[in-house]
Write a protein that binds this ligand. Structure first.
Ligand SMILES: [Mg+2]
Length: 290
């Protein structure tokens, strides 16, 4: 049976934020009131639309000119092949490399990460550059208030631990972080990374490990992200939010709705159509007041 969609318009009469859920608002608030652990994607969720879409895009500005094209080629290949979900058979010698099966995505992502970091090291990247990039990242309105609502907070990102920490510190925020750890030498020059990497499919593992360590049950977990890979980290019994920024809902979202939403819908507790996290904060406060 197709789930019933409930659309609620929230906040000020002028607000165009929307909540889309198969639960009625009272049930939604009961579930939300149980959440004590917050799990957050970083790029695109806690950060809004800005000049550089991801942490990697931002760090790429430090690449030596001769390495920039290679970085773009790598990213384009990865994004193109990742999108290629229809498993069409490929003849000839490219039969394997021309398509990335989902099962091989973690290997591909780790290899891509490794090559990116190697290029940053060759370009003379330092800890100061990474920290500066993190400090200038602009958080989505409502982020501080949202983080403050949870007993424990974890940011789970296919980005960089030190970058995220610098961003949090400059905003006076604290959270535990599962992301890729850069390694620097005594002169603070980038020399490598910790090999226990976070790729998109590790997000689920990271959240489960964190829940075990901290002693939380699935129904106590609130998770929010803006992409397919974030939904994969979400607990079936958790409170799972897909953030759909209004300024983002063109081509990317048309493709997402067509290709992924039908299969992912059962895992999503609600879709929040908003450019800020203020409505989410308002909903949690409503849930707690009940
Ligand atoms: Mg994201």
């Amino acid at each position: 049976m197709a789930p019933e969609l409930v659309l609620e318009q929230l906040g000020q009469p002028t607000s165009t934020d929307l909540v889309i859920s198969s639960l009625e608002m009272p049930d939604l608030l009961v579930r939300l009131g149980l959440c004590r652990l917050g799990a957050f994607d970083f790029d695109g969720t806690l950060t809004g639309k800005q000049q550089y879409a991801t942490q990697w895009n931002r760090l790429d500005i430090h690449l030596l000119p001769e390495l920039q094209q290679a970085a773009m080629d790598d990213r384009e290949q990865y994004l193109l092949r990742k999108k290629d979900d229809d498993h069409h058979p490929e003849a000839g010698e490219d039969w394997w490399v021309a398509h990335i099966p989902k099962e091989n995505l973690p290997c591909t992502e780790a290899a891509w990460l490794s090559r990116s970091i190697e290029r940053y090291a060759r370009s003379g990247m330092t800890q100061a550059m990474v920290n500066a990039a993190g400090r200038e990242r602009i958080l989505r309105p409502g982020t501080s208030n949202l983080l403050a609502l949870f007993e424990k907070r974890i940011i789970i990102s296919f980005g960089i631990e030190q970058f995220i920490r610098a961003c949090l510190q400059t905003n006076g925020l604290t959270a535990d972080i599962a992301a890729n750890r850069f390694r620097f030498d005594e002169q603070s020059r980038l020399i490598g990374y910790h090999t226990n990497v976070v790729a998109s499919l590790s997000k689920k593992t990271a959240l489960e490990r964190y829940m075990t360590i901290q002693g939380f049950k699935p129904h106590e977990v609130f998770a929010i992200g803006d992409a397919v890979t974030d939904i994969e980290m979400m607990q079936p019994d958790g409170f799972n939010v897909l953030l759909m920024p209004k300024n983002d809902h063109d081509a990317k979202w048309v493709a997402f709705r067509r290709n992924h939403l039908p299969t992912l819908w059962p895992k999503i507790t609600m879709i929040l159509v908003s450019d800020t996290l203020n409505t989410m904060v308002e909903l949690i406060n409503m849930a707690r007041r009940r």
